[in-house]
Design a protein around this ligand. Structure first.
Ligand code: G
Ligand code: G
Ligand code: MN
Ligand code: NA
Length: 254
């Protein structure tokens, strides 16, 4: 309840902010995406991870407002970046289950994008397996509608939920993200190596690009590249970057 009240205050006072983590094309080394990550330090206290406070926002119903804050904030940022290096790179936004499943999510999002003047193609939505598998048939319909509006979709944390391959085939996804738990021990674990290879093959067969999360070493990167993985993000390249520092980071890599 205390966290809930603090979240309400933070929404009123812009107490949240976003950082942007680069996604790197493994073959060319170029930056092909940015994942927007929500950050919050309640009233001068130590930062809380979204994995701690998003579930509270979902239970309390605050997720609608918080989700809208994130979308509007990212859209404004993308608009501010137009004409700069970051302006041409699609930005991935995480969508929580309770946010996705609320009545009016689709229309509300379309309206926010329309009002911002940003092209829908500038956004990628990251949905988790848990979100999609809650009601797979309806999820597939909403996903079709999002694609129809020009918004691309990514399945986040892949391998940690209970996705059925039958549904994976029916979801109109452009990207699949290998969860970082499979990447962490990649170099030492033949099991994780086999899992990553298999996931990459299945995703490619279904026409999806694969992004590996949590890449921290050159060895992991080399394995993933050899296995045909398309892109990677992780501390090897950069943690989330404050928007005001991003242009410089991009310029330094270019
Ligand atoms: O930011 P961090 O790397 O600590 O992320 C922890 C978890 O919180 C990840 O699973 C990430 O997807 C999620 N997350 C980060 N930002 C957002 C956000 O804006 N909205 C939602 N729903 N989840 C987010
Ligand atoms: O679930 P999601 O993929 O959206 O999570 C992103 C989370 O992963 C964020 O909390 C981010 O800070 C974290 N993260 C990003 N890169 C790395 C990494 O290389 N190693 C680890 N351990 N965490 C990472
Ligand atoms: Mn994510
Ligand atoms: Na993830």
């Amino acid at each position: 309840a205390r966290i809930e009240a603090a979240m309400r205050r933070a929404l009123e006072t812009d107490g949240f902010h976003m950082v942007y983590q680069p996604q790197i094309d493994l073959a060319s080394g170029s930056v092909i995406g940015l994942e927007a990550l929500l950050r919050w330090s309640p009233d001068g206290e130590e930062a809380l991870s979204p994995s701690q406070f998003i579930p509270i926002a979902e239970q309390s119903g605050l997720i609608a407002e918080l989700g809208n804050w994130v979308v509007d904030h990212v859209l404004r940022q993308v608009r501010d970046w137009s004409g700069q290096l970051a302006g041409d790179i699609p930005v991935s936004v995480n969508v929580a289950a309770e946010q996705f499943w609320r009545d009016g999510f689709l229309d509300g999002l379309a309206e926010r994008i329309r009002r911002s003047g940003v092209a829908p193609e500038a956004l990628v939505l990251e949905l988790t397996e848990r979100t999609a598998m809650k009601l797979p048939a309806q999820a597939a319909q909403i996903m079709q509608a999002l694609n129809g509006q020009g918004i691309e979709l990514s399945l986040d944390d892949f391998g940690t939920g209970y996705s059925s391959l039958a549904y994976l085939k029916r979801f109109p996804l452009q990207f699949l993200k290998i969860d970082r738990s499979f990447v962490a021990d990649l170099v030492a674990s033949p099991d994780d190596q086999a899992i990553c290879r298999a996931v990459i093959q299945v995703a490619h067969t279904l026409g999806m690009q694969v992004v590996a999360e949590g890449v921290e070493t050159r060895e992991q990167e080399a394995f993933l590249l050899a296995a045909g993985c398309d892109a990677a993000q992780g501390f090897l390249y950069s943690p989330g970057i404050r928007p005001e520092a991003l242009s410089e980071w991009l310029a330094r890599r270019a």
